[in-house]
Design a protein around this ligand. Structure first.
Ligand code: ZN
Length: 417
């Protein structure tokens, strides 16, 4: 995952254009995504796909000097994404109207976009902005906005049934590590794992340009009715604990399952849906109203590194990303396991001892906890209570409940209701 992130970091991504295309190329070298897309000018739901943006060079210099004071080659964050071309001499006041900086974080360069209104601009640290003296400046942005194609990557991993779990991440940010390269790397890793194991559900992975990408996908998708569970993932490598954001209705299976898994992970929190954030806004728009939640660590806008040059390799930790992938695996396992069973011997307690169900288990699963789970599962499995509810009632980890169920099924004490 780290080498993928290192390869992707220097690429100047936006919602469309060569940077996004080479990002999808790099992802395709890891997992077999297909490339889908729509042309500029296409109406997608209430939106119109904009022109493609390509930037080759950009800088600010004092008029008459070759020395670049602000240089796109040093960081692609210096140019406002989708800036129109400019080659002009401007005075200090006019230059200032096109500069973006963060007074409360004066050493960081902000990330700014202008996809839908034609303008140009530079992002600089506030310290650098304050140090620019009066005088004339030569500003150059060598860019093109022209009709092209919005593209995304899609991978369907078929399972035993055609009901689907959707997992998506955005791919449109330039040199920012946590938001959004950590999400890309985690989704690639989860995709590799899903392809290597037998699964009941089918899994659809989407690598989407933010907002316009998910809207374009939703506008053409024929699989929406098959989505039983979904997650938008990003921001998984920062120092914070996990945050799960519920889907619009707040009590869909994915919401209950994610909450049960996270209950056992220290420092985690579960928050209600709000119509602000990442692509869950589109999946949870009222017309679609899909069971799609969001998993991040820190929440966008709540950490000072967010959307600035400080979202770099110092802010990110490979260990945090690893444990995020482990958590995603736990959530998928719990989704797979969450069924409703019936106790086949419901009159009186089952005599577990004579069925060889008390044995040391070893490994990660605590045998005492599994023995407690036998009692909970057998008592609660009356044909109406699913495993997620049993995990909730018992306070036991979903993985412990699943292991107990596996053994009780093997002993013919449980059947699918
Ligand atoms: Zn972002």
């Amino acid at each position: 995952m780290i080498s993928l992130i290192e390869d992707l970091y220097p690429i100047c991504r936006s919602i469309m254009g060569p940077g996004t295309r080479s990002t999808l190329d790099r992802i395709a070298s890891e997992i077999p995504i297909t490339r889908e897309g729509v042309a500029s000018g296409t109406q997608v739901l209430d939106w119109i796909v904009p022109d493609e943006w390509e930037v080759r060079d950009a800088y600010i210099a004092r008029e008459g000097s070759d020395e670049r004071l602000v240089d796109f080659r040093a960081s692609n964050l210096h140019v406002v994404s989708h800036s129109v071309a400019v080659d002009a001499v401007v005075d200090r006041d006019e230059l200032d109207e096109h500069l973006h900086s963060l007074p409360d974080r004066p050493d960081a360069v902000p990330y700014r976009t202008s996809y839908y209104s034609p303008t140009w601009g530079f992002c600089v640290s506030h310290d650098q902005r304050a140090a620019l003296p009066a005088g004339d400046y030569h500003v150059v942005i060598d860019s093109t906005l022209a009709p092209g194609r919005l593209e995304w990557g899609e991978l369907l991993i078929p399972g035993e049934i055609d009901r689907e779990m959707l997992i998506t991440t955005h791919i449109c940010h330039p040199s920012l590590v946590n938001d959004n390269l950590s999400g890309i790397a985690a989704l690639v890793e989860v995709g590799r794992w899903l392809a290597s194991v037998n699964r009941r559900y089918s899994y659809r992975l989407l690598f989407l340009p933010g907002t316009i990408g998910s809207i374009s996908w939703l506008a053409q998708a024929t699989s929406i009715q098959r989505i039983d569970h979904g997650l938008v993932i990003t921001g998984l490598g920062d120092p914070s604990g996990f945050t799960y954001k519920r889907s619009r209705r707040g009590h869909r299976d994915i919401d209950r399952i994610a909450a049960e898994v996270l209950r056992h992970v220290e420092g985690s929190r579960v928050v209600d849906f709000s119509p602000y954030g990442y692509d869950e806004r589109q999946f949870c728009s009222p017309g679609f109203d899909l069971p799609v939640g969001r998993l991040t660590r820190g929440v966008h806008g709540e950490y000072p590194e967010y959307h600035t040059s400080a979202d770099d390799f110092d802010f990110f930790s490979g260990h945090q990303l690893d444990t995020a992938v482990d958590l995603l695996v736990d959530v998928v396992d719990a989704v797979e396991a969450n069924r409703t069973y019936r106790n086949t011997s419901p009159y009186g307690e089952v005599q577990l001892g004579r069925r060889g169900l008390y044995r040391s288990t070893g490994g990660a699963i605590d045998s005492q906890a599994v023995e407690m789970a036998y009692l909970w599962v057998l008592n609660a499995s009356d044909g109406t209570t699913d495993l997620c509810d049993i995990a909730h009632q018992s306070g036991l980890r979903p993985a412990v409940i699943s292991e107990a169920v596996r053994r009780l099924v093997e002993a013919d004490l449980l059947e699918i209701a």
